[in-house]
Design a protein around this ligand. Structure first.
Ligand SMILES: [Zn+2]
Length: 152
């Protein structure tokens, strides 16, 4: 049986005002937290599922999946007074490969872009004061690049 453990990180009872929605893929977890810190956020709420913000686009995701993830996002935004949302899609995502792999990497990149833009638009429509940032995440060698996508 594992021993009990006390974290070094102190507990802060206030909720961070930022929510990051991204893929469960652990190759990017630390980098996303580093991006958040770079943007001035020491702590973040997270909503991670395979495919990340792709699941917020109810036009392209499975209805049930999209419904659950949208509800979770709304729950956090409302309940935790979220002021800013980061939506991140990464290159080589297994969720997109499983859904659209046969259509090729270029199609997937376009679909991810559409999903990010659709998800951002839906969130801003629901919460007009919300700031939403979208990023395409791209590994290159040992570096992980975050490329902001301008919302249309
Ligand atoms: Zn992924």
């Amino acid at each position: 049986m594992p021993k009990s453990f006390i974290a070094k990180v102190p507990y802060d009872a206030s909720h961070p005002p930022v929510l990051a929605v991204y893929c469960s893929d652990g190759r990017f977890t630390d980098a996303v937290e580093e991006l958040a810190q770079h943007l001035g956020h020491e702590r973040i709420d997270t909503l991670t599922l395979p495919g990340g913000p792709g699941l917020l686009n109810r036009w392209s995701a499975d209805y049930l999946e999209s419904d659950v993830v949208s509800r979770a996002a709304h729950f956090l935004i409302k309940g935790h007074d979220i002021a800013e949302v980061l939506l991140l899609a990464h290159e080589g995502c297994g969720y997109y490969k499983a859904r659209h792999g046969a259509l090729g990497a270029e199609f997937i990149a376009e679909q991810q872009l559409k999903d990010l833009q659709e998800a951002a638009a839906e969130l801003v429509k629901a919460y007009p004061g919300l700031t939403v940032h979208t990023y395409r995440v791209r590994p290159e060698g040992e570096k992980i690049h975050f490329e902001p996508i301008s919302s249309t």
